[in-house]
Design a protein around this ligand. Structure first.
Ligand code: FUC
Length: 341
């Protein structure tokens, strides 16, 4: 296995490192200290042609300027919080309203927009990047000093393992995820509409018209949200279901995972022959079909467009405070594995 390190950019006098890990099977991953962002994952297609399968940029400036949360870690709270507020122990906490009246992905200076520290750990068959960040009490409105670690490990078995660890000195809320937009066609040749998907889920959360979960679980049975057996993503997108319309034409919903089958999620692009299998400890995944991707900027020379990438954000159920509460000194740990073939 091979590791290379370089300077990706500079922000407020601080150099931001980029690491590329390459395994012996021709897979490589690049991640930077800004937002723990995965900027590239290169995977061979069925003819052995190595191409990038995630949306990302080559410069730090683009991540700062556009960033539809490409490849980053979201925290300390993933998803939307209604009215940008939550209550714990009778105390209301007010966060930034950065999505209408709601808070999205913790605010504009969430974990995706900060510089993390990093250390490398090398073993015979795997290399890990250990990112760490100290989120101060009151940062973005959240209580408690939160010590966070996110580890990206690439193995010689073509697995990317992301593990999350956090501890707070006060009761707080934590829900961490990675926000990579996948497009298995390679170098964004096509949209994700013909990717085939399986999600081991029987129900998803209903959203209100500001995309906040209402608390109701809608069974997938008989709806265009049913991905229990593999079929093209476009069938979920081109639907008259009112929940499809609410999110701007597509899917942007938390699915409850059954954990009956392994892996929990399978994404396949028959044309390139690339497959991604996801196995997670998390109870849910937010499946987002890139409905709000705008065509106002370019991604490595390719014009951005709706449905150019899709996200599979493994996490706890968003906006459910009782599920995302972290007690003082309690260890938060979670792991998601991505297998590429
Ligand atoms: C996902 C979605 C949101 C938002 C964001 C960029 O997490 O749930 O709707 O558009 O990504």
């Amino acid at each position: 296995m091979k590791l290379t390190e370089r300077i990706f950019g500079e922000l407020n006098g601080r150099k931001v490192k980029a690491y590329t890990i390459e395994n012996e099977r021709g897979l490589d991953i690049t991640a930077i200290e800004y937002g723990c962002t995965i900027t590239e994952i290169k995977v061979p297609d069925l003819n052995g042609k190595k191409e990038n399968i995630v949306l990302g940029f080559d410069t730090l400036e683009e991540y700062i300027q556009y960033s539809p949360y490409f490849g980053c870690v979201i925290g300390r709270n993933a998803g939307r919080l209604g009215q940008a507020t939550f209550e714990m122990d009778g105390i209301p906490y007010q966060l930034e309203k950065n999505d209408g009246e709601n808070n999205l992905h913790s605010g504009s200076n969430g974990f995706h927009h900060v510089i993390w520290n990093s250390v490398i750990e090398q073993k015979e068959d795997e290399i890990s990047i250990l990112f760490s960040y100290m989120s101060r009490d009151g940062e973005e409105g959240f209580p408690g000093n939160l010590d966070v670690k996110v580890v990206y490990t690439l193995t010689n078995d073509n697995e990317l393992i992301i593990s999350y660890h956090a501890k707070s000195d006060k009761r707080t809320i934590v829900n961490l995820t990675n926000h990579s937009y996948f497009n298995l066609s390679g170098n964004l040749k096509k949209t994700i509409l013909n990717h085939e998907l399986t999600i081991d889920s029987e129900g998803f959360l209903e959203l209100d018209d500001t995309l906040i979960p209402t608390g109701k679980i809608i069974p997938v049975e008989g709806t265009s949200f049913d991905f229990r057996s593999s079929h093209p993503v476009i069938q979920g997108i081109m639907s008259e279901h009112p929940q499809t319309k609410i999110v701007g034409g597509g899917i942007d919903h938390p699915y409850l995972l059954k954990h009956q089958h392994s892996p929990d999620i399978i994404l396949l692009d028959k044309e390139s022959g690339r497959k991604l299998e996801i196995e997670t400890e998390e109870p849910a995944v937010v499946f987002y079909t890139g409905n709000m991707l705008e065509n106002t900027f370019a991604i490595r020379g390719k014009q951005s467009e709706k449905h150019l990438g899709l996200c599979l954000e493994t996490q706890k159920l968003p906006n459910q405070i009782q599920d995302i509460r972290l007690e003082k000194d309690q260890a938060y740990t979670s792991k998601t594995k991505y297998l590429f073939s």
